[in-house]
Design a protein around this ligand. Structure first.
Ligand code: NHR
Ligand code: GAR
Length: 215
């Protein structure tokens, strides 16, 4: 089967982009596109000889106009899959509809807990003992699309938002390339109930227990 073409949308640092590149997926990266001209991920892409483009949302009068320009840029590369990797602009229904079933996101919480922004601070405030990250298909309703894979991490005594974010980020770097690989291999499908099933994936049979240990 021919390699799939990916377009990766970023807004910032680009560590998930780096993890995707390091995974040596059976895919061609058509382009990395950022809404933020200052995104460090753009330099990472350029340094690897990957096309890096900017569609600056501040140059457009509204979300529909920005999304139309973004869609036009993406279409240049004819991607099979568009992957949001730390992309921070909510996408309009029109955009999402155009890429239905071909648009993935990695979100830094165990959805449906903590959708939206600032997830690690909110997880600490809520006192959850287990936190994590989710790869999901993007649908018009933000952070609510069919879940592909999740990874759980413990919240540890004395955790700061930063420490917790780093622990979660390491897992993002595992599960996002994995999910994209499954997509590229044609192993993801939606069942009748709208849930994602992964062909020939192994499920763990043990639980992660995370009490708050006394120090
Ligand atoms: N768009 C749709 N329609 N559906 C989803 O599931 C989306 C999406 C766009 C982005 C990523 C998501 C995340 O993983 C994502 C999922 C940005 C915001 C947000 O509030 C919320 C969720 C996500 C990304 N953005 C502000 C906005 O007004 C801007 C914040 C900023 O620019 O710093 O767009 O967390
Ligand atoms: C990641 O933790 C990602 O899950 C999160 O931002 C970070 C981006 O890091 N995404 C969002 O919060 C989307 N709103 P990166 O740029 O180093 O991949």
């Amino acid at each position: 089967m021919a390699d799939k073409t990916l377009v990766i949308l970023i807004s910032g640092r680009g560590s998930n982009l780096e993890a995707i590149l390091a995974a040596r997926l059976p895919a061609r990266i058509g382009a990395v596109i950022s809404n933020n001209p200052g995104a460090r991920g753009l330099a990472i892409a350029r340094s690897r000889g990957i096309t890096a483009a900017v569609v600056d949302h501040r140059a457009y009068p509204d979300r529909a106009a920005f999304d139309a320009a973004l869609a036009a840029e993406i279409a240049l590369y004819r991607p099979d899959l568009v992957a949001l990797a730390g992309f921070t602009r909510i996408l309009t229904d029109g955009f999402v509809g155009r890429y239905r079933g071909r648009l993935l996101n990695v979100h830094p919480s165990l959805l449906p807990a903590f959708p939206g922004l600032d997830t690690h601070r909110r997880a600490l405030e809520a006192g959850v003992r287990i936190h994590g990250c989710t790869v999901h298909f993007v649908t018009p309703a933000v952070d609510s699309g069919p879940i592909v894979v999740q990874a759980a991490v413990p919240v540890l005594p004395g955790d700061t938002g930063k420490a917790l974010a780093n622990r979660v980020l390491r897992e993002e770097h595992r599960i996002y390339p994995q999910a994209i690989r499954w997509f590229c291999e044609g192993r993801l499908r939606l069942d009748a109930g709208g849930r994602v099933v992964v062909k020939a994936a192994r499920s763990p049979k043990t639980a992660l227990l995370s009490p708050a240990a006394e120090r």
